[in-house]
Design a protein around this ligand. Sequence first.
Ligand SMILES: [Zn+2]
Length: 264
Amino acid sequence: MVDIALAHDRMMIASLRGLSDQLADDISAGGPTHAQIDPDTSLNVYTWNAALRAAGAALAATDSVIAGEMENAFCAVRPPGHHACRAKAMGFCFFNNVAIAARYALERHGLKRVAIVDFDVHHGNGTEDILAGDDRVLMVSFFQHPLFPFSGAEPSAKNMVNLPVPPYTKGMDVRELIEMMWIPRLEKFKPEMIFISAGFDAHRDDDLGQMGLVEQDYAWITQRIKDVARRHSKGRIVSSLEGGYNLNALARSVEAHIRVLAEL
Ligand SMILES: [Zn+2]
C-alpha cells in the first residue's frame, strides 16, 4: 500500500478501499454485486485484491530483475493500469501498475533514469498524469487518435514522446515512426531499466481500436526495445499487460512478445 502511494493520491487509494468494503457490506445485505466508477469501470468484491496483486506483480518483477535473478519479466495481469491517474481510477484501470513500478525502481532501488514504452492502442493518460515533468522518466508511446481517452495529442511535458496516429495505421508505418521518434530519444536518455505498458489492442483483429498491427509487429517492437535495453539497461525490462480484447489475437501477440523477451 505504501508503494501504491508512490504514484497515487492517498485519498484515492482510501476511497477505492472504502468502495470495496461498502460493496461487500451491500452484497451481504442483498444489494448490487458491482459498483460503477465510470461507464467503463466497475468493481466487484474481488477487484481490490486483483488490483493490488497486479501492481504487486510489477513490483516483484522489478525486484527480481534488479537483483539479477532474471533479465526481464512479463506480468500477465489484469486489471490493466495505464489509464489510472494519480487521483482517479478510470478506463478499466484502478492502480497504474507500470507507473508505480517505475517510481519504485527510482525511489526504492535508487535508479536514476527509467523509460516507459507504451504500445497500447489507447493513450496512457494515467501514466502521463502521474509522470509528466518527472525528468527521471522518459515515456514513449503511440496511440490511435482520436480514441478513448481523447487525450495526448498535445504532450504535456518534455519527458513525454507521444505519437498520435490515425485509425487504420498499419504496422509498417508504426515501425517507421518508432525508428524515427522513439529510438533516438531512448538512446539519448540511456535508461537504466525499461518498463513496457504492453497493450495488444492495436492488433488488426481487436475491435476496441482500428489499427492494423499483427503479431510480427509486436515481435519487432519488442526486439527494438530489447536492443536499447541491452545497450543501456543491462537488458532489464519489466513488461506488464494492458489492453487486448480479442482473446485469440491477444494470445498470439503475447506469445510473440514473450518469445522475443525470453529468446524462445
Ligand atoms: Zn487499450
